[in-house]
Design a protein around this ligand. Structure first.
Ligand code: SAM
Length: 280
């Protein structure tokens, strides 16, 4: 028996249902239910929220979220081998857990959940960044979720919270910090997972701000930042040359030196430049 519920330990669940980890699905499972309950607590008060979980696998974090009192959980898992194990959890928490066997990139969570919605996941590395960018870049803000509590490779987590002047600073930092308060809340060594991955991991908690820190059109900001960091070693007057014939004047009007490189430019300056470029 585990400490958080009366279901079998995860190692037994994996053996009983033949869920040997598959590399192709990014499967590195968390087997310590105290740890999954801790991650669920880092997601905040769940009692008044629906929770979206991507990639529940054998259900360690799912069990943590439910034991911590989530109002409802929608878990989207691509691997059909995990369905019987997840059905056992649904039986133990009647009416609280809905499981979809599918690709998280194809499911509209709002068809299944009622706001306020928090998202919590030990993300499959192959879709993690794509999902994060999607959640951060809707045209309208605030988004459908109020917080994200996500496990990433440590290097990706550091890119999300990076400050100007550091090597990790770039597109992810700017998009995350423009519209959320983003913090690393937990570091985990490879041994926390089965099988252990080659890299360290970290949990990032992002809280959606009521409005972005500085005004800008999301598409324009994404475009400017993508171009600026695509050639991060170039001076901005060269990296952004194609964006406007008078790019040097526009950079200066936004408080940026044309000879600056992307990694020294602040979020506020990138937003000013996006507004200038949107103005035509
Ligand atoms: N949450 C479990 C845990 O913490 O032990 C498993 C985490 S494992 C890193 C990632 C999980 O995401 C795997 O179960 C994998 O099958 C699933 N997965 C991979 N790609 C997916 C996708 N596109 N949509 C939904 N689930 C996916």
């Amino acid at each position: 028996m585990s400490g958080i519920d009366t279901l079998p330990p995860l190692r037994q669940v994996i053996d009983d249902h033949g869920i040997a980890a598959k590399k192709s699905l990014g499967q590195n499972f968390l087997l310590d239910l105290n740890l999954t309950a801790k991650i669920a607590r880092l997601a905040g008060d769940l009692s008044q929220c629906d929770v979206l979980e991507i990639g529940p696998g054998p259900g360690g974090l799912t069990r943590g979220l439910l034991a911590e009192g989530a109002r409802r959980v929608l878990a989207i898992e691509k691997d059909s081998r995990c369905m019987p194990a997840l059905a056992e959890i649904a039986d133990a928490y009647p009416g609280k857990l809905e499981v979809i066997n599918g690709d998280a990139l194809d499911v509209d969570p709002l068809a299944h959940l009622t706001p306020p919605i928090r998202i919590a996941a030990n993300l499959p590395y192959n879709v993690g960044t794509e999902l994060l960018i999607r959640w951060l870049t809707p045209q309208e803000w605030p988004p459908f979720w109020s917080s994200l509590t996500l496990m990433f490779q440590k290097e990706v987590a550091e890119r999300i919270v990076a400050q100007p002047g550091s090597k990790a600073y770039g597109r992810l930092a700017l998009l995350a910090q423009w519209r959320t308060d983003a913090r690393i809340v937990l570091h985990l060594p490879p041994e926390a997972f089965s099988p252990p991955p080659k890299v360290h991991s970290a949990v990032v908690h992002l809280t959606a701000l009521p409005e972005p820190k500085y005004p800008a059109d999301p598409k324009k900001l994404e475009q400017v930042v993508a171009r600026a960091f695509n050639q991060r070693r170039k001076m901005l007057r060269a990296a952004l040359k194609g964006m406007a014939p008078d790019i040097e004047d526009r950079l200066l009007a936004s408080g940026i030196q044309p000879t600056d490189r992307a990694e020294t430019v602040s979020l506020e300056q990138f937003c000013a430049l996006s507004r200038n470029l949107s103005a035509g």
